[in-house]
Design a protein. Structure first.
Length: 464
């Protein structure tokens, strides 16, 4: 949800009582910010699409997800067997029962090479992305707000966006809000976080009102109706009207999950799959497993809502839960796939079914992977260790020519056997879905390193 700060400690962006737009971001008021957001935009360059990038932090196992290798020796194959999918002859790890039923609507890349076995946040933030969140690269081209709705074009959703009891996501291995050399103005909108736009989009309210969020939303709604009924907004230009819509409409509405159909919320909800009291406290990461199960479904629902309201690149992640070493910190494969895999299967399948039902499969591209995969061989404690030569990657939607599988791995899911896909190929695929690269070449305002990055990679050919 959006945080509302005490004006005695934070500079407000909008002062509701006086109808004044105050505060500055890089020398711009909010209407000015919206104008600036449109300056970089071109209808010819920007495609009407959004990306949801679900990052599987910690390094998910390729064998327990989409490449079970049941003909390999027991120490290599998926520990709990395989499950048939909607595609004849294609199997997944048995933890992904719901996604298996949707295999005809997705593409699994079995030849994805993350590049190394180190904990970081690649490919989302990596040298290949110029050290910036990929969404910040996009907003450098598109502008930092949507030209029609005023919504932030780039957002990062962490567990605290939907659960105030969740832990702060670690920055030990990288910052999801990094902008590299793009500049802090292109930092993502981070609800309940510290993004630049977030810091300056606060409502100036007395402390006594901070405890009643529902009353606040009702007040905002009444205030907007008053503006509409009195004609106050009639004389405003597009950008001033947009500024009011951002504060009084778009942002608050997009983040208000009570506005969603209760059956849809229930379909996404992962909080009942892994009850906190059932998580073994012997693992130091037990709080991370709790947050993952309690929040992932709502985060994916929120991501869909942001895309519908005009956000163009939405990062979703929980807190470093896929690191299945079976050591003092991390669970075994058996426990880990229950704590982590079950909510993932539920949330991602709910997202795909929801997007399909709304006719948005051409408009929203889902990308989900981690910074690496796991060692093909199960270790002595029942876990898998780091592995950078192969990792799981799932794609859905975005107008892609999706087939069930891209590439093949070797006999133990340790190396690509055909059509290797690298980070550069994945980023290029994303940019070619979001932008008309031919038109972009004609725009001299795009920084040369960014243009070189976009032009140098080759998209995954079989799905473009």
């Amino acid at each position: 949800m959006i945080d509302f700060y005490d004006p005695s400690t934070r500079r407000s962006f909008l002062q509701v009582g006086s109808l004044g737009l105050g505060g500055v971001l890089g020398g711009l008021s909010l209407p000015g910010l919206l104008r600036a957001g449109t300056d970089a935009k071109s209808d010819k360059i920007l495609r009407d699409r959004s990306v949801v990038f679900l990052f599987m932090h910690g390094g998910p196992p390729q064998t327990e997800t989409f490449d079970p290798k049941m003909t390999a020796a027991s120490e290599y194959r998926c520990f709990n067997g395989e499950i048939k999918t909607a595609v004849p002859g294609l199997t997944y790890g048995s933890s992904l029962e719901k996604l298996a039923r949707l295999a005809d609507k997705t593409t699994v890349v079995r030849s994805f090479q993350p590049g190394d076995g180190n904990h970081n946040i690649k490919p989302l933030v990596s040298p290949q992305s110029l050290g910036a969140n990929v969404g910040s690269l996009y907003s450098r081209i598109s502008g930092i707000t949507d030209g029609n709705t005023g919504m932030p074009s780039n957002a990062v959703l962490l567990p605290r966006a939907v659960d105030e009891a969740a832990q702060t996501v670690t920055k030990q291995f990288g910052d999801f809000a990094d902008t590299g050399k793009m500049g802090s103005a292109f930092a993502p909108f981070v609800p309940s976080g510290k993004g630049s736009l977030m810091d300056n989009m606060k409502l100036n309210l007395s402390q006594t009102r901070l405890d009643d969020r529902r009353a606040l939303l009702q007040t905002l709604d009444g205030f907007k109706r008053h503006l509409d009924s009195t004609g106050t907004m009639d004389g405003m230009d597009k950008f001033n009207r947009q500024a009011y819509d951002v504060i009084l409409g778009g942002v608050t509405q997009a983040f208000d999950l009570s506005d969603e159909d209760s059956e849809v919320v229930e379909r996404y909800d992962t909080s009942k799959l892994v009850l906190p009291e059932k998580i073994d406290k012997k693992w130091n990461n037990h709080k991370n497993y709790r947050d993952h199960g309690q929040t992932l479904g709502k985060l994916m629902l929120l991501a869909r809502r942001l895309c519908e309201h005009g956000s163009r690149f939405v990062t979703v992640t929980t807190n470093f839960v896929w690191d299945f070493h079976a050591d003092v910190n991390n669970a075994t494969l058996d426990e880990g796939m229950r704590y982590v895999g079950m909510p993932y299967d539920h949330a991602v399948s709910a997202f795909i079914e929801d997007v399909e039902a709304r006719g948005l499969s051409d408009k929203i591209l889902l990308v989900t992977c981690g910074e690496m995969g796991r060692n093909p061989k199960i270790n002595a404690k029942g876990g898998r260790d780091h592995w950078g030569r192969l990792g799981p990657l799932l794609l859905y939607g975005g107008g892609l020519n999706l087939g069930p599988v891209v590439g093949r791995s070797d006999a133990v899911a340790g190396e690509p056997n055909s059509q290797p896909v690298k980070i550069e190929n994945l980023l290029s695929t994303i940019f070619h879905r979001m932008l008309d690269v031919g038109e972009l070449r004609l725009d001299t305002r795009v920084p040369r390193p960014l243009m070189q990055l976009i032009e140098s990679g080759r998209p995954i050919e079989s799905i473009i």
